[in-house]
Design a protein around this ligand. Structure first.
Ligand code: ASP
Length: 426
């Protein structure tokens, strides 16, 4: 097979697409492309390719999550095991997010983010209404599975798939027949993931090209301190926290883990969407990390929806930055409030580009900061969005690996293999 379309070279090809996209995008930016006048490449061609690509991946999300999770639940064959896995997974997700945001706040306070920054926030940020906590929790439960699927409400799809999987287990012969059809369908959808992923290098090229062409680098310079602090906290969390958590709870090598995660991280970085990355994350968990499908089909989609450590980090730094720039003193209580709201706000929010800022509005209103001030950091958000999405998906994979290992649903030989185990099935 031509190496451009060979799954073996996917990581390399994505990396090349990304590098070329960054180079072409920067060249366009330097020759005058702006949001107002993007020109034909950055304004038409790149968005066309990029959007088609992201849509084709999003198309897979609902069928993939539904089928894998139904089959995964049925394969567990034990409701108690399911409950245990659920509790463990959610506890790790919430725990790592709380650590993430604490790191962010600490760094921002120590380096006095926003001190001396002349804040003028005429750039209005129109906050969308954020739902209350009760609505967030109620909305996890679907009223109608078809509406949930049609609207892509991931948590609702997850709940429905788990219930259906349990029922398949309990329904004897009929359940086994339905399960065997669902397993076949699942294989077909998985195949489609692999087929569509072959287009990834081109999609990534277009997405990165557009971003680099249109992002004002001037804006990054002006907000350099904020930008660097967010990046530093993201790197610290990604490599130190995750490395330590993985080693402590599973004994696995962090270096090997990051190697196995590269393609997913590059992909998340380029698309800035955990949701669009979901098919690849699931594929990767199974074939590169050695997480059995019965676990990965549950933990990865759940993580893509409720676990956003990178986003929480941005929110922590942003809160300190804006409060300090506005000379508003935040006390310990406020910081605890930020930790709590940012952690809860991520539940039920889909992993799509820019959603972190919407959730930030919720955090700001909780601690009494002017929501309009979010406009100030808006200009540099896209690049940070890319970086934090890479952290978001890494967090999902760390937790999945730990849970799989602790449940004996982990295959060391896949984790240790240099090549993805495309043909392996479990
Ligand atoms: N883009 C992020 C994600 O999809 C969410 C965000 O922080 O805006 O995970």
């Amino acid at each position: 097979m031509n190496s451009l379309f060979d799954p073996k070279y996917l990581t390399r090809n994505i990396l090349i697409g990304m590098g070329l996209g960054a180079a072409v995008g920067t060249a366009l930016n330097l020759t005058g492309a702006t949001v107002a006048e993007p020109g034909i490449l950055a304004g038409e061609v790149f968005p066309l390719i990029g959007d088609v690509f992201v849509r084709s991946l999003q198309l897979l999300v609902v069928p993939l999550v539904l089928l894998s999770l139904m089959c995964g639940t049925a394969a567990l064959d034990d409701v108690r095991k399911l409950g245990r896995i659920g509790i463990k997974t959610v506890a790790f997700y919430i725990g790592t997010t709380a650590v993430a945001i604490s790191i962010a706040i600490t760094l921002a306070v120590v380096f006095r983010a926003g001190a001396g920054f002349d804040l003028n926030y005429e750039a209005e940020f129109a906050a969308k209404d954020s739902p209350g906590l009760r609505a967030v929790l109620t909305n996890i439960f679907p009223k109608n599975p078809f509406t949930a699927m049609a609207e892509g409400k991931m948590l609702q799809v997850i709940v429905f798939a788990i219930l259906f999987g349990i029922a398949m287990c309990l329904a004897g012969e009929a359940g086994r027949r339905v399960l065997s059809i669902a397993q076949d369908l699942n294989e077909v959808v998985m195949k489609l993931v692999v087929v569509l992923l072959m287009a990834a290098p081109f999609g990534v090229f277009a997405l990165v090209g557009k971003t680099f062409a249109l992002e004002g680098f001037g804006a990054i310079l002006a907000l350099g301190q904020y930008f660097i602090l967010v990046l530093a906290a993201l790197l610290l969390h990604a490599f130190v926290t995750y490395g330590l958590v993985l080693k402590t709870f599973s004994g696995l090598s962090a270096g090997r883990f990051f190697k196995q995660m590269r393609r997913v991280q590059l992909f998340a970085f380029s698309t800035a969407s955990s949701n669009a990355t979901l098919p690849l994350s699931m594929e990767n968990a199974e074939r590169n990390l050695g997480v059995n499908r019965s676990i990965g089909s549950f933990t990865i989609p759940l993580g893509a929806t409720i676990n956003m450590d990178g986003t929480a980090i941005m929110q922590g730094v942003a809160t300190v930055f804006i409060a300090t720039a506005l000379n508003i003193d935040l006390g310990i209580q406020d910081y605890l409030m930020v930790i709590l709201t940012a952690t809860l706000a991520s539940i039920g929010t889909a992993g799509v580009p820019g959603v972190g800022l919407v959730m930030l509005a919720m955090v700001f209103s909780q601690v009494g900061l002017p929501v309009a001030a979010i406009g100030v950091i808006y200009g540099v958000d896209r690049l940070l969005d890319m970086a934090r999405t890479a952290v978001n998906v890494t967090g999902d994979a760390v937790v999945s690996t730990i849970v799989a290992k602790s449940e004996g649903e982990f295959r060391q030989e896949v984790f240790d293999a240099d090549e993805p185990q495309w043909e392996e099935r479990k």
